[in-house]
Design a protein. Sequence first.
Length: 527
Amino acid sequence: MPSEQEATTQEPPAQESSVQDPSAHDPSMHDPSVQDSSARTPSARESPAQPSGTRQAPAPDARPESAFRAPYSALTWGIVLSVGLVAFESMGVATVLPEIAGRLGGLNAYGWGLSALMLANLIGTVAAGVAADRHGPARPLTLGLAVFAVGCALAGAAPNWPAFLAGRFLQGLGVGAVMALAYTAIALAYPQHLRARMFALVSGAWTVPSLVGPSIAALISDHVSWRGVFVLLLPLIAAAATLALPQLRRLGRPGSAEEREAPAPAAEATPWWSTPVARSVLLAAGTGVLLAGLQLRQLALLIPLAAVGAATALLALRRVTPAGTLSVRRGVPTGVVLRFLLCGAYFGSEAFLPLGLVKLRELSATEAGLGLSAGAITWVLGATWQGRADSRWSGRSRAVPIAAGFAVLLVGIAVMALGVLVDAVPALTAVAGWAIGGAGMGVAFNAATTDAMEQATADRQGEASGSMQLAQTLAVAVLSGLGGAAVTLSAAHGGSVSLALTVTFALTAALTATGVLTAHRIRPSAA
């Protein structure tokens, strides 16, 4: 983190790598000279002195002990409200999407109501991260919230399904920008002793609306109109901008005082196809092809289409993440990989928990929902505990809490799988298992995020934040797609739901075990 940051430097790769983007970064374009930002991702610990290019925060003892006190209170509420809005939109709209598709004639293309948001999220993340590193977080957050508002207005007024999908795409750009910039703003604006707590607060700001959002959206749809779900968000978006933007504007451009006062460097001529945003579009296209392939029932079509999509996505991913991410280089690249492993394991398991409890254990949808709620609540509790403990562990490696969190998540997946798959085990054991898993997720997620953002220099906070948010979006999409493919293929070839879920839970458990073994790489070897 910027204060007492342990920044690192790494050799620039022979190949240019662009800054990250989708679901966590903002729209504005990044200076091509920094597009290979991954090349400057930290990899070796520096001395305690503040590295060049990072913002020196006032001494911790001069800072308040709460992020809800001056001078951070308005910014804190703005970040919480912004994250809460995109969480409500993401989870609440999914509840009323069947009704919207039916009324607008979109049932035959229902899946695109979800995919449009997710794929645009990837692009928004990369664009926001690039812009934040070049201009600071205020400008891209302004644009991200504006695009999100336009998307909500367009979706709420849509006369047909194509217009609704256009609105969903714009919402996805905004969601990606807001989530990426939330972490960037925390790393740049808050003193070190408050950052872990703020990252935990962001987890809560996402979780609470995602729990109550579906019920609120359903009530609005039933008693007013589904269009009201989108209209409701517009004044809240304005309120979030009013709270967050003034303090972010005062931050200015990342870097030292001299660098911030100097004119922004002129952009070098770069072919449009080499820009981070263009590469993020390629990433979204490859991911879309991969997911489309995974929905097919014929292996002869599924395998080649999924392979082409995966290859395209990996090619683009290499260019929009820090150098060394795909080889799990120590430091920030490992932080990106850990985010993928965590979110793939957690959300890949969670997506199929209700299916298993309803189809295999014959629980009601309400009873199955208890598992999701239990995991969400303990995630917040785990993140909150880690955030408070982090200030007492200042200067110590977070590899231990990260590995411990992965291990607890692994135990949770195992207990949950027993409750779903083994008839002799009480079904509600799965709920208890997922409560265990949520606690591990909260601890590991918060510790890994805090450490990775701490290692990124001030002018690379956008890249680090965006890359982790990008990894999260991809993990959710890919693991959900793989699990869905297992269910589809099992049904098509005479298999059972139990077999498909066994394969899915084994895969997510393997990701978790990999995380336990990888956690130590979060810090450079010299640390």
